[in-house]
Design a protein around this ligand. Structure first.
Ligand code: SAH
Length: 480
């Protein structure tokens, strides 16, 4: 180990920054955030220092003992500027540890790439050899460490003293925290309900056994209602992905893409509660009951739904019982099909020139096509995205016409949006039903009605793998 990582408390300490450009300005900002009393020894003067006024004092390099009393001195030279070795030596001789930006070899300490989830901090160093690599690693960690982890650390900080009084044994305390960090209290913090989490933690501390285990042998599990997006697994949110790794059991249905199921924790039990338009494998009611049963067994239950759970997903109905039974649950949004399909088809749902509003409707009611409020649907400069509309496409388009839509109004149907098998069929209100039939569309599909559909000619960017393969093939055939 060439260097020792440390986390310094700089509150009220005098720290010197030597320089005059944006590098020095950024140093001042960071040091001020860490509570340091920053002294700027300006070798030049960039505008940025004006904005930072009040965050630093001005030092005078002309003074003999300029660096006296500074434990740290930062030299922030701009690119092309040569470090002033005499000045650096002066600082060092006054007792300061020295950092020279971009010159690790002549620095006593180097500044790491920092991932700040205060009070949790991750600092990365490559010993000055490859700072870029450090920054890239930091970017990867950003995606791995939930934003709320700092608050989780703070929660533990708040409970530490009380737990120390209750459990003298170090092993017991470890067991206790392991259980908390892995359980519903931590989830509650990450989902943003700090107050409830603190209350639950106080109760756990008061009630836990001397070995740190829970007073209750059968702790209640929890439920995560998670939107899995329209298909492309890259569209999962960080939170969805994290909860997928935590689950003991997953309830999924037909719309959840297999590529997404591949990313659920390997040893999680999988229960298919599939849903097709008409034959629900398990009625909503029973799905709700099943979740309650599993959670009461102490399991972490993941209810994975296509798209967003609260958009035509009946997610709300499924979790009503959880609230009644006081089972902890959280809802994680997902990219809804209309948003995913429109992006991947190159059709903006709104556009300054063509559509100022967009409505999402379902084309399917309990027992057939739904009664829609046509006066609100047919407003000018509005895009309509229809979910579950394919089965009644012909009827829907006739209704559009009957209520006054122009038969030339553009329509796109996106089947299997965002997936490798995505197909887009475009036409207009007058001819789309015939085109959909000819293309043999089966669903799932989103129907997009509105002038914005025309933008696809310019903005289409996504080449589904199936299409790419087909084009490759025909080119290969053509070149034979
Ligand atoms: N909660 C989901 C919608 C569930 S309703 C969401 O927010 O997306 C099911 C309907 O969603 C399907 O009938 C279809 O209209 C639409 N849908 C879901 N995934 C789709 C996809 N990948 N491509 C096109 N439509 C999709």
């Amino acid at each position: 180990m060439d260097r020792l990582p440390l986390f310094l408390d700089l509150h009220k300490r005098r720290i010197a920054v030597v320089g005059g450009g944006s590098l020095a300005a950024r140093r001042i900002e960071t040091l001020a955030r860490a509570g340091a009393e920053v002294w700027l020894f300006a070798t030049a003067w960039s505008d940025e220092f004006e904005a930072l006024r009040g965050q630093y004092h001005l030092g005078d390099l002309g003074e003999r003992n300029a660096f006296f009393g500074f434990p740290l001195a930062y030299f922030a030279y701009e690119a092309g500027e040569e470090p002033d070795s005499a000045l650096i030596a002066r600082a060092r001789n006054s007792g300061a540890l020295v950092n020279v930006a971009d010159h690790p070899r002549i620095s006593d300490f180097i500044t790491p790439s920092v991932l700040d989830r205060s009070p949790l901090m991750v600092a990365i160093s490559t010993g000055g050899d490859a700072p870029l690599l450090g920054r890239m690693l930091k970017a990867r960690l950003e995606t791995l460490i939930p934003a709320g982890y700092g608050r989780l650390a703070a929660l533990a900080g708040a409970g530490r003293a009380a737990l120390g009084d209750k459990l003298a044994n170090h092993q017991s305390r470890l067991r206790f925290w392991e259980r908390i960090f892995d359980g519903p209290i931590a989830e509650m913090v990450l989902a943003g309900d700090d107050a409830a989490a603190h209350a639950m933690l106080d109760r756990e501390i008061a009630e836990c056994r001397p070995d740190g285990s829970a007073a209750d042998d059968h702790p209640v599990g929890e439920v995560y209602l998670v939107g899995a997006g329209p298909g492309d697994p890259d569209l999962l949110t960080f939170r969805a992905f994290r909860l997928m790794q935590k689950a003991d059991v997953v309830l999924y249905d037909r719309l959840v893409d297999p590529a997404i199921m591949d990313r659920v924790r390997r040893d999680a039990e999988r229960i298919y509660v599939g849903k097709k338009r008409s034959d629900h494998a398990l009625p909503q009611e029973e799905i709700g009951d099943l979740m309650v049963k599993l959670a009461l067994e102490g399991k972490r239950v993941l209810r994975l739904k296509g798209g967003d759970p609260f958009i035509f997903g009946r997610g709300g109905e499924e979790i009503e019982k959880l609230a009644e039974k006081r089972i902890p649950f959280q809802v994680c949004p997902g990219v809804t099909a209309a948003a995913g399909c429109s992006s991947y088809a190159g059709i903006p749902l709104t556009h300054r020139d063509y559509a100022q509003s967009c409505v999402f409707v379902t084309g399917h009611g309990r027992d057939g096509p739904i009664e829609l409020d046509w006066s609100t649907l047919l407003r000018p400069r509005q895009t309509v995205a229809v979910y579950m509309g394919l089965a009644h496409l012909d009827f829907l388009m006739k209704e559009f016409l009957r209520h006054g839509a122009d038969s030339a109004l553009p329509v796109a149907i996106v089947e299997n949006g965002t997936r490798a098998s995505q197909i887009v069929v475009t036409g207009n209100v007058g001819n789309i039903a015939g085109k959909a039939l000819a293309a043999g569309l089966r669903g799932p599909t989103i129907i997009i009605v509105g002038e914005v559909v025309g933008l696809r000619d310019k903005l289409n960017w996504y080449v589904p793998k199936s299409e790419a393969a087909a084009t490759g093939e025909s080119q290969a055939t053509a070149s034979k």
